[in-house]
Design a protein around this ligand. Structure first.
Ligand code: ZN
Length: 207
């Protein structure tokens, strides 16, 4: 049993601890370390902070086919898309169609659908990939770590024991990119049934 790890941060969870060092909030050093690869990928792809809808990937995506944009579900005011640069396989983003930056910008209707689709995303991922945990979260503003700060998006990241090890994080971009199309298809195929069960009567959580 390893008591302390030099790189584990102030709280110092050892490698034997549940791999929960991916904290979206409250663990600044882990946040920085774990999310930097994504931001590098965006930077290499020519990404920058988008000023308006014309060059915003979250605004452009719905105009293309589901396959091309990796969309798994289109709702009334909110849609769900596979992250092009996932932290884990099945890393989904829940986005309003409207180009608004802040959670408080959502209307009541958008907020409801945003929550509903986040729940369905979790259900679908549980069904197709059996994750043992999730990270949900929104990075608000550039300071808050948002890669695309101008367009609100909620991360839904499935987690499995051991996935927080350093090596998979470094290696993830290449390994996961090759299967994005397959993952999108799996999630999209499983979506309708999970959405029905979610809205159906008397459904209880199976686990
Ligand atoms: Zn946008």
């Amino acid at each position: 049993m390893q008591e302390q790890s030099e790189s584990a941060g102030p709280a110092g969870p050892g490698d034997d601890a549940v791999t929960d060092d991916f904290g979206l909030a409250g663990v600044p050093d882990a946040f920085q370390r774990l999310w930097t690869p994504h931001r590098m990928a965006y930077i290499k792809g020519g990404q920058h902070q988008f000023k308006n809808e014309n060059d915003c990937p979250f605004c452009v995506a719905p105009a293309r086919s589901d396959d091309d944009s990796l969309i798994v579900y289109r709702g009334r005011s909110v849609y769900v898309v596979l992250n092009l640069f996932p932290y884990n396989p099945g890393h989904l983003l829940v986005c309003p169609y409207r180009h608004v930056p802040d959670y408080t910008d959502l209307t009541v209707e958008e907020t409801a659908e945003f929550g509903e689709l986040t729940q369905t995303a979790m259900r679908v991922l549980r069904k197709v990939a059996n994750p043992t945990g999730f990270n949900l979260g929104m990075n608000q503003g550039v300071t808050g770590g948002a890669g695309i700060a101008g367009h609100l998006h909620q991360h839904v990241v499935p987690r499995w024991g051991g996935d927080g090890n350093f090596f998979p994080i470094i290696a993830q971009t290449k390994a996961i990119t090759q299967t994005l199309g397959e993952v999108r298809q799996q999630v999209a195929d499983a979506w309708p049934q999970q959405a029905r069960e979610q809205s159906g009567p008397g459904e209880t959580h199976a686990e």
